[in-house]
Write a protein that binds this ligand. Structure first.
Ligand code: SRM
Ligand code: SF4
Length: 578
């Protein structure tokens, strides 16, 4: 172990170490029908298998008062590299949601799918059914490489397909090698555990989660600066010449803990086209060996790079990598396109991008999106790309199929995406209440009404279809990547949010703390000075965040979100007529 033995390790490290490669007592507890839930060590290990033990927080108080146990249930996450799902797989997931979960599918901000409300008694059948659809939940959560995100450009260009295939290859190469998953959920043959190896991860896996995304230089579809490792394909003469490599991005932070912070990824260098997998393995290996195993709050690659420096990381990378790390290559500025609505795909076929409000595919009384999508997918058998913006892109369609899709959506009460404002289309909210155990405030359930009010405000200022990214999270962990948005609301406590401003569609710039502790009812009013100033004083085509950044002076380092009170003050002055 480099730098000597650590003085102490966190409890989770002890659980991992004693788990016999993630087995713990999960199988025994699963078979015990007298319990509705797992104990702490297994709860931590279950994450590596793709499931979180949760409880319905809406019911907590009532159950406690009645002296009953919590309403335990499980969230199950499917890792879907680059968000690519075949029609038959989608239909299987749709049926699984009805059979074992709460009748909804939730597209995640990392192009995966989550189920909520799965009872322990259904957990094994649920996970097996996902595997029967040739999908998996292994490593969707836990201290390993998480779902690998990939380019969400659905146009017919071989480069985009190659990049998505690379995402799949990275995901497979970095999957844990343990047979525990197959033994527990798929009734795989038991192995002699003493002979089992985890070549990349070792017995204690990574210090914490590790996230990777891959896309083409110039594409902002996946917020690549937010991850531990990012690969940007440099395309020359229609072929991938290699990848620019980013390292050390991350969104999670804790309110009032200045030693936790958001960080955009740094430029590491350039690697050849055949080294994408090895690049991620090398970066993850450095994190495995040097990451903080005592304090999970500091156990992300971003803290390691911040503490030891990018140069240290680069030297360590070069020392380990069996290939050359070249100089960072110039690239086009990242641009974002959501492909919502009808578009020619480039090969005589069409694609249709469907806006999914906060990723929740569900039938409500007035809007039956889940049924509509099931009918569309069954009839037209599209290849599907789930986007990091929680939308669904249906690809490989005829023009007649597109007409039928629009008719089907309308018949099910689902508004056509092209009738929605850009602010709504680009908006995102994390899950939060009632399932997320870390939520301090509402997010997914509140965001639609906030967007309603925001749209009205934009309309009154003549800014109707302004391309603004609005994001909301129920706590500062950053699951909807709020800190790279134009405007973000980050939960503090019930009905109270911090407001951030100044990121942008490209995902390569961090927002500032604009206003603290704003109550739900005041969220839009708080932004009025800024929106008014932008409406009246912006340059042609100047985005809200570009305008904001042009008017803010600051000397604080760009990558730290803490201590930006000055920025807020000068902006308020601007709104007051400067
Ligand atoms: Fe997240 C924890 C949901 C993307 C940073 N995240 C959680 C948990 C599992 C809560 C918990 O630990 O008990 C949430 C489950 C809620 C629920 O009821 O379903 C949760 N995160 C989500 C999802 C579903 C949000 C969504 O609305 O789509 C996303 C699942 C993605 C996936 O398919 O894998 C999700 N989480 C993210 C992202 C965005 C991204 O990766 O692109 C981030 C910020 C990037 C990053 O990691 O830095 C993110 N989630 C966190 C953190 C903070 C990590 C940190 O470094 O401090 C936590 C807390 C933790 O891990 O302890 C967290
Ligand atoms: Fe839960 Fe916070 Fe993530 Fe939202 S940002 S899903 S509240 S952990």
């Amino acid at each position: 172990m480099p730098d000597g033995e650590p003085k102490k390790v966190s409890k989770v490290e002890e659980f991992k170490s004693a788990s016999r490669h993630l087995r713990g007592t999960i199988a025994e507890r699963l078979a015990d029908e007298s319990t509705t839930h797992f104990e702490e060590a297994d709860v931590q290990l279950l994450k590596f298998h793709g499931t979180y033990q949760q409880d319905d927080r809406d019911l907590r108080r009532e159950l406690r008062a009645a002296g009953e146990e919590k309403a335990y249930q499980f969230m199950v996450r499917v890792a879907i590299p680059a968000g690519v799902v075949q029609a038959e797989q989608y239909l299987a997931l749709d049926a699984i949601a009805d059979r074992y979960a709460n009748h909804s599918l939730r597209i995640t901000t990392r192009q995966g799918i989550q189920f909520h409300g799965v009872l322990k008694s259904n957990l094994k059948a649920h996970i097996k059914a996902i595997n029967d659809a040739l999908l998996t939940t292994i490593a969707a959560c836990g201290d390993v490489e998480r779902n690998v995100m990939g380019c969400a450009i659905p146009l017919d260009d071989p480069v985009y397909r190659i990049v998505r295939e690379q995402a799949r290859e990275i995901a497979i190469a970095l999957r844990p090698a343990t047979r525990a998953y197959y033994e527990i959920w798929l009734d795989g043959e038991k192995q002699v555990t003493s002979e089992e190896q985890e070549p990349l991860y070792g017995d204690t896996y990574l210090p914490r989660k590790f996230k990777t995304g891959i896309t083409c230089a110039g594409d902002a579809s996946i917020d690549l600066y937010s991850y531990d490792c990012g690969l940007l394909a440099i395309v020359e003469d229609g072929a991938i010449a290699g990848y620019n490599v980013l390292v050390g991005g991350g969104m999670g932070m804790t309110h009032n803990k200045e030693d936790t912070f958001v960080r955009l990824a740094s430029e590491l260098g350039f690697v050849g086209p055949e080294h994408a997998v090895a690049t991620v393995q090398t970066a993850a290996g450095i994190f495995r060996d040097f990451g903080n195993r005592a304090d999970r709050r500091h156990a992300r690659l971003k803290y390691l790079i911040e503490e030891r420096g990018l140069e240290w990381f680069r030297e360590e990378f070069i020392r380990r990598a069996p290939f050359e790390l070249g100089a960072w290559r110039p690239m086009p500025a990242p641009r974002y396109h959501d492909f919502v609505g009808k578009h020619a795909q480039g090969n005589g076929q069409y694609l249709y991008g469907l806006y999914v409000e906060n990723g929740r595919i569900i039938d409500r009384d007035d809007q039956r999106l889940k049924s509509a999508l099931r009918a569309i997918v069954a009839r037209h058998q599209p290849e599907i790309i789930l986007t990091p913006n929680q939308n669904v892109l249906l690809t490989g369609l005829t023009e007649a199929a597109v007409d039928d899709i629009e008719t089907t959506l309308t018949a099910h009460g689902v508004p056509l995406p092209t009738n929605l404002s850009a602010a709504r289309r680009y908006s995102m909210a994390c899950v939060a209440l009632p399932t997320c155990g870390l939520a301090m405030a509402e997010s997914e359930r509140l965001m639609p009404s906030v967007v309603d009010r925001f749209e009205a405000e934009l309309a009154s200022l003549g800014l109707g279809d302004a391309p603004i990214t609005l994001r909301m999270t129920g706590c500062p962990n950053g699951c909807a990547r709020p800190y790279t948005a134009d405007i973000a609301f980050v939960g503090r406590s019930p009905d109270v949010y911090h407001v951030f401003v100044g990121g942008g569609l490209a995902g390569d710039r961090l927002a500032d703390l604009y206003a603290k502790d704003v109550s739900t009812g005041d969220l839009v009013a708080t932004l009025r000075p800024l929106l008014t100033a932008w409406a009246t004083k912006r340059r042609a085509d100047e985005s809200l965040s570009d305008f904001y950044q042009r008017h803010i002076d600051r000397d604080a380092p760009r990558h730290l979100l803490t201590g930006k009170e000055d920025a807020t003050m000068s902006l308020v002055q601007l709104g007051n007529g400067s």
